[in-house]
Structures are given as structure tokens and as C-alpha cells.
Design a protein around this ligand. Structure first.
Ligand code: SF4
Length: 362
């Protein structure tokens, strides 16, 4: 959820990068195991170099939960990720987001009031069982909604397992908030386009509901980064690099995914690229910081972005080194800034949605 970030003192912005680096390292050494810094794969190099762990959102939240000694967990990612970390850690542990303005546009596309309205209309129309499933890239309130309505969360790694289980049992799914991950997964499972209904969150009255419940109802949200990849970019890169392998994230639209060689989560992309033989050529359809880092760390391969120009997650990039240092220096002074705290009832319901996912994806 977008919140406004207070202006941080100018000294943090004017300071040299080297001084900020040194100060961050000194604070880490001083706080030792009391402090854990988590860095999402899409973070800038200047930030992620200070992370104790790198990973995707759920992996980082689970790692935070294992760090029982840590009093301060600084999450270099976006708001919903810090919420999940707070829900999975003990109440005495403090989860901090260095810039409160770092929200996820996709998560913000599913507001709880709109979700409740959709559910009311679906329940009034259909007797068939519909299970709400939300991608972990969603607000805690939406996860809690799924938890109290017999639903669950999913990640891009386990979405297919969740769909197999629910669709295989003959149930319908309301999938939020990413239309593309939902469609890609539904089609991969074997649904046809005729089995899928696209919701209209701003004008729900305009959705024409068929007589029987569709197998898959898709929320009309999207990732502002992955939505920018286009099918002709795949054709162009194949023309330029005949041996290229194209790998994309399933938050890309279906026409991009079906033209690519491979599609999968951030971790899947990293494993495929790093595990490939020297000399391999890759065009990657995901956030640019990760693509550039993979290129730097694998100099024996040619690694390019499917779209060099526009694919940075602006919100992830709000987490800057000045904000990280400002957060840490406040901890040293005994002042906690930007703590992310989810209320207890929401936490309990959201955790039940997360646990149902974990049970199915074992
Ligand atoms: S990359 Fe997409 S899904 Fe991830 S935080 Fe940015 S907008 Fe949200």
C-alpha cells in the first residue's frame, strides 16, 4: 500500500557512497545478530550488497522467521513483503521498510473493498464452490480475506500446484491480483480461454456473469514492470541472436510467455541461467536490476534484457542507500522509524491462507 515517506535529512543524500557504505558496515558489525537485512532480487546493487540474505518475497519472509535472535529486520523490498515478514515473525521483532513509499502497484490494484464487492456478487450468483486465491504480491488484508473464506495464497513457484489441486477437485478459483499469472497458470493446467472470466474491479456491474460459475475468475491487476514486455520483442531478439534462449516471468502476458522458451519464478530464472553452460545466450523478461546482476555474475554467458529500456521496478528502487543508512542510524539511536505492523486479527487470518498454501505445496 502506498504511504508517504517523510523527507530524510539532506546529509544522507549529500554524503559520498563510500562513507555511506562504511557507516552501514559499522552499524552491522555493532548490532551483530540483533540486525538482519533482507534484500529482494530486484533491489539496486548499492543496497543489495549489504543484505544478509537475497531472495524472493516469500523466501525472505521465511528466512526472517528463522532469525529468532534478530530484534530488527530491515526489509529492502516493497510494502507487502515487509507485511508478510511481520506476520511470520515474533511480535517482539521489528520489521522495518527503509522507504514507506515503496509499495507494489500490482498489490495496490486489489483494494479490500473492491475484493469484498466482487465476492458478494459472485456469492449472490453462484452455488458452486469458489475458492479465493491471492498471489503473495497482495496486501495483508487481501490475504486475510482469503484466509477467512477458505482460500489461500500462492507464489509464482507453486501456483500450478495450487491450481492442480483446486481445479482438479472441480472447484472454481477467484485469482487475485495478477491477471497474467492467473491466466498463464490456468492455461498451463489445461483450461481454455472460454473457461476464464476477467473481472473489472472498477466497474464490476459491467462484468457479464455466465449462468454457471467460470472455472477461473481473474482479477484485472498487473505488474507494471512485466506488463511492458511484448511478443515482438521475443521475435526481435531471436532474429538478432539465433541461439538465444528466452526466459520470462509468468507475470508477463500470455502472448509473451507462449513465445518464450521458458517461463518461471525469479528463483527459477536464476537457476536456469546460472546453471547453463558457458557460451549460452539468454534474453530475460524480468526486472532490470536482476538481469544486470546475472550478467555481471556470469561473464562467461551473454545475458541481455528482453527490453533494455523500460524494465526497472520504480517502487523497489525507492529503497536507496541513503534511506537504508538513515533507518539503521535511527535504530542505533534507539528510535524505530518505518516499522511495518499488521494487526493481530488480520495476521491470524492471513497466516491461515499462507498455511493452506504451504500444506498443498509440500
Ligand atoms: S516488480 Fe511488479 S510485482 Fe514486483 S514490486 Fe514491482 S510492480 Fe510489484
Amino acid at each position: 500500500m502506498f504511504k508517504s515517506q517523510q523527507r530524510i535529512p539532506d546529509e544522507y543524500i549529500l554524503m559520498s557512497e563510500q562513507e555511506r557504505d562504511e557507516r552501514i558496515r559499522a552499524i552491522k558489525a555493532k548490532l551483530g545478530p540483533k540486525l538482519v537485512i533482507l534484500g529482494h532480487h530486484y533491489q539496486r546493487d548499492e543496497v543489495i550488497q549489504h543484505a544478509d540474505y537475497r531472495g524472493d518475497s516469500l523466501k525472505l519472509a521465511q528466512l526472517a522467521a528463522q532469525e529468532k535472535e534478530a530484534e530488527y529486520i530491515v526489509f529492502c523490498g516493497v510494502h507487502f513483503m515487509a507485511e508478510t515478514a511481520d506476520m511470520l515473525t515474533a511480535s517482539k521483532q521489528k520489521v522495518i521498510l527503509p522507504d514507506l513509499g515503496a509499495g507494489c502497484p500490482m498489490a495496490d490494484m486489489a483494494e479490500i473493498e473492491e475484493v469484498e464487492e466482487c465476492w458478494k456478487l459472485l456469492k449472490a450468483k453462484y452455488n458452486q464452490e469458489i475458492i479465493p486465491v491471492t498471489y503473495v504480491n497482495s496486501d495483508a488484508e487481501v490475504k486475510a480475506f482469503c484466509g477467512r473464506n477458505n482460500g489461500m495464497t500462492c507464489t509464482s513457484s507453486n501456483a500450478l500446484k495450487i491450481f492442480k489441486k483446486l481445479l482438479g477437485e472441480g472447484k472454481s478459483i477467484l485469482f487475485m491480483p495478477d491477471e497474467h499469472l492467473g491466466r498463464n497458470t490456468g492455461l498451463e493446467w489445461g483450461l481454455g480461454e472460454q473457461d476464464i472470466l476477467l473481472w473489472n474491479r472498477k466497474n464490476p456491474g459491467e462484468v457479464k456473469l455466465p449462468e454457471t460459475a467460470p472455472r477461473l475468475i481473474l482479477w484485472d491487476g498487473f505488474c507494471t514492470v512485466h506488463q511492458r514486455f511484448e511478443p515482438q520483442q521475443v521475435d526481435e531478439v531471436r532474429e538478432k541472436y539465433p541461439d538465444v534462449k528466452v526466459i520470462v516471468h509468468p507475470e508477463c502476458s500470455h502472448d509473451v510467455v507462449e513465445r518464450a522458451d521458458l517461463s518461471g519464478s525469479t528463483d527459477f530464472i536464476i537457476r536456469q541461467v546460472t546453471g547453463s553452460p558457458a557460451g549460452s545466450v539468454w534474453a530475460i523478461g524480468t526486472e532490470i536490476n536482476l538481469v544486470h546482476r546475472l550478467a555481471q555474475e556470469n561473464p562467461d554467458k551473454t545475458i541481455i534484457s528482453l527490453n533494455e529500456n523500460v524494465c526497472m521496478c520504480v517502487m523497489m528502487n525507492r529503497i536507496s542507500q541513503p534511506h537504508l543508512l538513515w533507518t539503521l542510524e535511527n535504530i542505533l539511536k534507539g528510535k524505530i522509524v518505518n516499522q511495518i505492523k499488521v494487526e493481530e486479527k488480520i495476521t491470524a487470518e492471513a497466516i491461515s491462507a499462507l498455511n493452506r498454501m504451504l500444506d498443498i505445496s509440500k
